[in-house]
Design a binder for this molecule. Structure first.
Ligand SMILES: [Zn+2]
Ligand SMILES: [Zn+2]
Length: 104
């Protein structure tokens, strides 16, 4: 009923901080050697024959509870310390608009 012409453009006031468009929560997991990023459906095999996602358990086999301190990359098949797979939570400085389109 009472229109309030006092505010010129109220939409400018609502500067919501909704800029956080981070798609995945938690730290990024990548192979420290080839930058391959495992998905949720990837599985690692333990020496006990159990298959599980080693990043769901922090490197602990959910079958025999063996602690794997190194993790084999499913892409380059090299072994790297499990902790090295967790990228630090800093924004990559070179995540600019350019990609690997420079290959010619
Ligand atoms: Zn196991
Ligand atoms: Zn790799």
């Amino acid at each position: 009923m009472a229109t309030t012409p006092a505010v010129a453009d109220p939409e400018l006031e609502t500067d919501a901080v909704d800029e956080k468009q981070v798609d995945d929560s938690g730290p990024r997991i990548r192979c420290p050697l080839c930058r391959w990023s495992p998905g949720e459906n990837d599985r690692w095999s333990c020496q006990c024959g159990h298959y599980w996602n080693t990043f769901d358990t922090g490197g602990i086999c959910s079958g025999c509870l063996h602690q794997w301190t190194t993790t084999q990359c499913l892409a380059c098949h090299r072994w790297a310390p499990h902790s090295d797979w967790y990228e630090q939570l800093y924004e990559a400085p070179h995540r600019g608009p350019y990609r690997d389109d420079d290959l010619r």
